[in-house]
Design a protein. Structure first.
Length: 326
């Protein structure tokens, strides 16, 4: 579809006619030589002397060419554009960060799987989280891994295939043997500070209790609440364990409730799958799209037409004048 950005330019089309009608004719004084026998010379040439000015008549080709060139110039001034059909552009409507505990205890093979043999805790988590990422097509997803220290494994992105690849590359114990829940929440808050979307969600999974964070999980949760971050917590592990291996269900529950989220428990792969399915149901996909029309500037076409027409007219008049002179 053809559009003109400056439609007002077409009001200038009658400007040459107004100038020709309203502007006074151009007058020019020329030098002349007086001769005493002017009357005899005029009679010899059979001419009748009279007063007045000489008006040069323009040819039809010149008038038509000038008119067309003026129209082309006005069309270029109006900035013609070719507007294509609308293009839908999906935008991220929500940012989700998945925080996964990869402390040494995640290497234990005590998670019952779909088969009879128990599997490694982290292997079960990676399998379930990968499926969860597959359903986040309209969200930006980030990944934090934490042990003794938290690390950003995947920044917020809509490249879900890369996110899954980097998720599958993590190993238990690679971030240290301890568990720093509070610091993991703090890192997520810092990442969310660069986000411009309103809905921010942190899904935190751990199989232990906080053992060395510089900020307690509850203090970090309060800061998250002030930054409009909702936290879903998952306690994955043996509730009967002792010491550092014991999952602090009470703290995880308070962290979730203080930020408007929910707390879940899972002690096998099937339960973990159900937990992430529940979270997916609580945070359904949000589809947000923006549309735009591609525009192609066509100013060069009327400008080129005016140039070609002007040169063509000039050469035709030049050739005609040479033929007459010959």
């Amino acid at each position: 579809m053809l559009e003109f950005a400056h439609i007002w330019a077409f009001f200038l089309l009658p400007l040459p006619l107004l100038v020709a009608w309203l502007a006074p004719p151009h007058r020019e004084t020329l030098s002349a030589v007086r001769i005493p026998f002017f009357a005899q010379l005029a009679a010899a040439l059979d001419q009748q002397p009279r007063e007045g000015s000489v008006i040069l008549n323009r040819r039809t080709l010149q008038i038509a060419s000038a008119g067309l060139i003026w129209i082309f110039l006005i069309a270029g001034l109006a900035r013609p554009q070719w507007v294509g059909p609308p293009v839908q552009n999906p935008e991220a409507a929500r940012d989700i960060i998945l925080a996964v505990d990869i402390s040494g205890s995640m290497d234990r093979r005590d998670f019952a799987s779909e088969t009879s043999a128990p599997v490694q805790r982290l292997a079960a988590v990676k399998k379930v989280v990968s499926r969860f990422i597959d359903d986040r097509r309209d969200d930006r997803v980030g990944l934090i891994v934490f042990g003794t220290r938290p690390f950003m494994q995947v920044p917020l992105t809509q490249d879900l295939e890369t996110a899954k690849t980097l998720l599958n590359s993590i190993e238990a114990g690679m971030a240290g043997p301890h568990t720093t829940l509070g610091d993991a929440i703090g890192l997520a808050i810092r990442i969310f500070e660069t986000s411009e979307v309103e809905e921010r969600l942190l899904i935190l999974l751990t199989d232990g209790s906080d053992t060395g964070s510089r900020m307690t999980p509850l203090n970090a949760a309060e800061i998250a609440r002030q930054n409009r971050v909702t936290i879903f917590t998952i306690g994955a592990g043996d509730p009967e364990a002792q010491g550092e291996d014991r999952v602090d269900f009470e703290t995880l529950q308070r962290v979730a409730s203080n930020t408007g989220g929910r707390f879940f428990t899972a002690d096998n792969q099937q339960a973990l799958e159900e937990v992430y399915n529940q979270i997916g149901g609580l945070v359904p996909r949000i589809v947000k799209t923006s549309s735009y029309r591609p525009r192609v500037n066509l100013v060069h076409w009327p400008a080129a037409a005016a140039l070609v027409l002007g040169l063509l007219t000039y050469f035709i008049l030049l050739i005609t004048a040479h033929r007459r002179a010959a």
